[in-house]
Design a protein around this ligand. Structure first.
Ligand code: ZN
Length: 152
């Protein structure tokens, strides 16, 4: 959806919601876009940049990002037992989060370019395969996002 700031010849300003800029132009050509105050169809876009809305069918509702596990974890997970959570929490606390630089850091550690230390981060399947091919073994763990956020 795009929101355009529109203005009529009388200077009334209003917002129009359109699927795309093309749709706006088509509807404007067909005189379907009218000023809500004076019904004029001679409307123009204000020179401001269009705002993008990434929402679904109800554009006003705020979008909340569903919490998802980090890394390449499977989506459907059984509830974590307290024991597993404690182990994961310890692991998170003892490792340095290098985020998307995981593959790069793992490689530097392997080749003694940086001090060896336990690290965690995210890596693509391709990156992990490349590491494996170089003899660098990694472990993929489904670490719930909430667990890492509480520590940072
Ligand atoms: Zn008007």
């Amino acid at each position: 959806m795009k929101v355009f700031d529109l203005v009529c010849p009388d200077g009334h300003r209003f917002e129009g919601w359109f699927a795309s800029a093309d749709r706006f132009h088509a509807q404007r050509e067909a005189h379907e876009v009218k000023c809500p105050l004076c019904d004029s169809s001679d409307v123009h876009r204000e020179p401001s940049a269009p705002r993008l809305n990434f929402g679904g069918p109800s554009p006003i509702a705020p979008q909340s990002t569903p919490p998802s596990p980090t890394g390449n974890a499977p989506v459907a997970l059984p509830p974590f037992s307290r024991q597993v959570m404690d182990q994961l929490r310890r692991l998170v606390a003892q490792t340095e989060d290098v985020g998307p630089r995981f593959a790069e850091e793992a490689r530097r550690i392997h080749y003694d370019e940086t001090p060896a230390r336990p690290i965690r981060g995210s890596a693509t399947d391709r990156e992990r395969q490349d590491l494996h091919d170089e003899g660098i073994e990694t472990v993929t763990l489904p670490i719930p996002r909430a667990l890492t956020e509480t520590l940072q």
